[in-house]
Design a protein around this ligand. Structure first.
Ligand SMILES: [Zn+2]
Length: 439
């Protein structure tokens, strides 16, 4: 009953602000014919006749579908049932009226948004990539709102709740406030932890003891409606929680949330960790200088290349841009990659009490150090007759993404060796001499 009223309001809302969906001309639709199942006229009992067809197109996860809905009415012109058409009952189980998508697509969208927290643009891209379904950001946002409305209605449906809690002996409740942005109202959420389920949430502009108490009283009503005892409450130590729970649930144990507890216990550890981080940052310095040196050397090399090209080529060819500096300076690219990786490590603040950021930083820096050491070792032990013909291949390997495999470290050490040898003529010899040493 309630659901039908809700659906009616929902249909009404659907009409507002809806744009017709545009289908490309070459769309290949699967045809689904739908009949009215109950064909008896509800006024006179005669068999109804098909009087019209309604065509409807929509996306499903299996591809585009065209619904052919056969509409019935009573053949007796004097019967009130003659003026009323009946639609196939099954249509709403495929998609609600006016939707350009089926329930399967709606559920797919809702699950990505609400359970995996994907952004609208991410959902949009994935729908297109995986299913060839093209929806505007506006329509997607609207479908997400529909999904949320249905989810909320379902979450608070007492029948569904009773079914879910049939086999539960004892409830474990928690309450917490989440502030999406400073100055905004805080969302207070009551959850039941044995079934890992949100019971209800309310945005409170001011979380006074009375307001919070009202939520706790509501939780008490829900528990009473289920006929289940509350075995435990969990929350942080906000005064309103402590006093409210004691008042509404006398005798029920109230435990401080383990996560908050851990955070507080970890405070001294995190302080020490942060101090270590500062020390490490002090020690690993001078990235900018190294990068500037590489860039400066590249600038000189690029200029020299342009001069060379201008001297050798016809005027038309000389006007073309020279090749990008990365290709002529693989060693520099590797050095810049190292610098970028180390800078990323120094700026990384991720991690919590169980994975302190300083520990992560120390681990990452150790990896970089051993990577550099591998290069140095290879340089010492490696044969001196390096194969110069292999250079073009090496430059592509060195410019690929940072990784710690053996192949890369070989390439790195070779490019480093090469840069050392190149750097000797750079000091005094003219650019042309340097260039000829490569051939
Ligand atoms: Zn009739």
């Amino acid at each position: 009953m309630k659901f039908h009223r809700w659906i009616d309001g929902f249909r009404h809302n659907m009409e507002v602000g809806r744009m017709p969906y545009h289908w490309p001309a070459d769309t290949d639709f699967a045809l689904w014919e739908l009949d009215v199942l109950d064909r008896e006229c509800r006024h006179c009992g005669r068999l109804c006749h098909v009087c019209d067809h309604r065509y409807r197109r929509l996306h499903t996860l299996e591809g585009p579908v065209e619904l052919v809905c056969k509409l019935d009415h009573c053949p007796d012109r004097t019967c009130p049932g003659h003026c009323v058409t009946k639609s196939p009952e099954i249509e709403v189980t495929i998609a609600l009226p006016k939707w350009a998508i089926g329930w399967d697509v709606l559920c797919w969208i809702g699950q990505r948004r609400c359970s995996r927290h994907w952004s609208i643009s991410q959902i949009q891209a994935e729908l297109w990539d995986s299913y060839g379904i093209k929806l505007s950001a506006d329509s997607l946002a609207r479908y997400v709102r529909h999904y949320q409305a249905m989810l909320a209605a379902r979450q608070e449906d007492p029948e569904g709740l009773r079914r879910q809690y049939e086999s539960v002996d004892e409830l474990i409740l928690s309450i917490d406030g989440l502030q999406p942005e400073k100055g905004h109202e805080t969302l207070y959420v009551v959850r039941e932890l044995s079934q890992k389920r949100v019971w209800f949430g309310e945005a409170l502009l001011s979380a006074t003891a009375n307001e919070v108490r009202r939520l706790l009283a509501k939780a008490k009503e829900w528990a009473a409606a289920l006929g289940k005892p509350v075995g435990l409450w969990l929350s942080d130590r906000q005064d309103a929680f402590v006093t409210g729970i004691a008042a509404e649930f006398p005798g029920v144990p109230h435990r401080y949330c383990a996560n908050h507890f851990l955070r507080d216990v970890a405070k001294p550890v995190l302080e020490a960790d942060s101090h270590t981080k500062v020390q490490m940052r002090k020690k690993v310095r001078g990235l900018r200088k190294i990068e500037q040196a590489v860039l400066q050397r590249r600038g000189v090399a690029a200029l020299a290349d342009v001069d060379q090209a201008a001297a050798e080529a016809t005027p038309a060819a000389a006007a073309e841009p020279s090749s990008p500096p990365q290709e002529t300076d693989p060693a520099g690219a590797v050095v810049l990659d190292y610098c970028a990786a180390v800078r990323g490590i120094l700026n990384d603040d991720q991690g919590g009490p169980l994975h302190p950021p300083g520990l992560r930083m120390a681990g990452a820096l150790t990896e970089v150090r051993s990577s550099l050491q591998r290069n140095l070792d290879e340089k010492k032990g490696g044969s001196q007759k390096s194969n110069w013909a292999a250079w073009p291949a090496v430059s592509t390997v060195a410019s690929t993404k940072f990784g710690a495999n053996k192949k890369r470290s070989e390439a790195t050490s070779r490019t480093l060796r090469r840069s050392r040898r190149r750097s000797i003529p750079t000091a005094g010899a003219p650019p042309s001499a340097r260039k000829s040493s490569r051939a």
